[in-house]
Design a binder for this molecule. Structure first.
Ligand SMILES: Cc1ncc(C[n+]2csc(CCOP(=O)(O)OP(=O)(O)O)c2C)c(N)n1
Ligand SMILES: [Mg+2]
Length: 359
């Protein structure tokens, strides 16, 4: 049995679908998923042309990302790993800022200091990720506990992969979240693989969701390609967190259609057949057919929206590629101390005279 077939649908989901997810919300969700899919493939192609550095693609996982992030309120916080392009777009990060980070140019909010795909924005309450898997999870729980201590009615949404559940930081985060009843939702994208390691070699547990029980809170396993289900369950869990009723762990079953990163060749460790099966269950296809059923989408709208998105992306690539680079030599001395100490000032002036001699 494919692991996708083990999904237990929450009992009350069907009757809620029609009434609670409004048509406009669904159209917006689909547009963002389409944007994510097209932008992801454009970024992959400019990477292959050597115009940006490494990239981590997200095709196939748009529902788990976009639909969950749309359940957040502006005052909530979002922590991601390196793959959640769709979550950042849904949260409101512009195509320009997504690309500026990948080009590492002077528009980059993070000043070129982060690994590629590590988006974050102070204005959007989104925190750039840390490269060690799971390292940001205890930080996310800390933010949630701080909010609770201050009496702020907000929630934190923290994403992780299936492989992330094997990290020591995952255990610390889940344990603290349970003990302190932190207002946090863990959104685990179980895409079947941690680079070349399949889930069955990642854990001896029957599911990832069952792990939450050991930490004293609810774990759900849902279809991660069913946008409506992802949206509803995340929204419900975030509301529960804001109401002071503790954390939730949501395991979303999905699939990474592309390589782990631009440095990976998945044909070496998994079958084409597996991928073909998941293409049948493509999250965009599923949501599009729901929209068509409701009379909200058709071929003409698909074509117009695709052209609109492609235009935005190509203009943005053109703009970001021609934006000047960051003054890296200067920036390495900034943003750690409020006043740069004497020894760093000395090093900065040495570096300046060295650069002047070289140019
Ligand atoms: C502590 C640590 N170990 C190993 C790595 C190398 N690494 C980078 S991504 C990755 C796989 C993570 O898989 P998963 O959590 O399932 O997320 P996915 O890539 O599937 O989205 C690994 C092992 C790392 N970054 N940090
Ligand atoms: Mg994975």
């Amino acid at each position: 049995m494919a692991y996708r077939d083990t999904i237990a649908k929450p009992a009350d989901l069907e009757q809620e679908t029609e009434t609670t997810v409004k048509d406009l919300e669904l159209i917006r969700m689909y547009q963002l998923m389409l944007l994510t899919r097209i932008l992801d493939s454009k970024i992959l192609s400019i990477q292959r042309q050597g115009r940006i550095g490494p990239y981590v693609p997200c095709s196939g996982e748009e529902a788990a990302m976009v639909a969950s992030a749309l359940a957040l309120k502006p005052e909530d916080w979002m922590f991601t790993s390196y793959r959640e392009l769709g979550s950042h777009l849904a949260r409101g990060l512009s195509v320009d800022l997504v690309l500026a980070q990948l080009f590492g140019n002077s528009n980059d909010l993070l000043k070129g200091r982060q690994m590629s795909n590590s988006w974050g924005s102070k204005a959007l309450n989104t925190v750039p990720t840390a490269a060690p898997i799971g390292a940001y999870l205890p930080v996310a729980v800390g933010v949630a506990i701080a909010a609770k201590t201050k009496g702020a009615k907000i929630a934190v949404l923290a994403y992780l992969g299936d492989g992330g559940t094997s990290s020591a930081d995952f255990h610390s985060a889940m344990n603290f979240a349970g003990v302190f009843r932190a207002p946090i939702v863990f959104l685990c994208r179980n895409n079947g693989w941690a680079i070349s390691v399949p889930v069955k070699k990642q854990t001896a547990s029957e599911t990832l969701a069952v792990k939450a029980g050991a930490y004293g809170f609810t774990g759900l396993r849902i279809d991660g390609n069913d946008s409506i289900s992802v949206y509803q369950e995340t929204r419900r869990a975030l509301e529960k967190a804001r109401a002071g009723d503790g954390p939730t762990f949501i395991e979303t079953l999905t699939y990474r259609l592309g390589p782990h990163s631009t440095a990976d060749d998945p044909r070496r460790y998994r079958s084409e057949k597996e991928k073909e099966e998941w293409i049948e269950h493509d999250p965009l296809k599923l949501l599009r057919s729901e929209l068509e059923k409701r009379g909200l989408w058709n071929d003409r709208l698909e074509k117009e929206e695709t052209e609109r998105i492609e235009k935005i992306i190509s203009l943005s690539i053109e703009h970001q590629e021609h934006t000047p680079p960051l003054p890296a030599d200067e920036l390495i001395f900034e943003d750690v101390y409020s006043q740069i100490p004497w020894n760093l000032l000395e090093q900065r002036s040495e570096l300046r005279s060295l650069s002047a001699r070289r140019s």
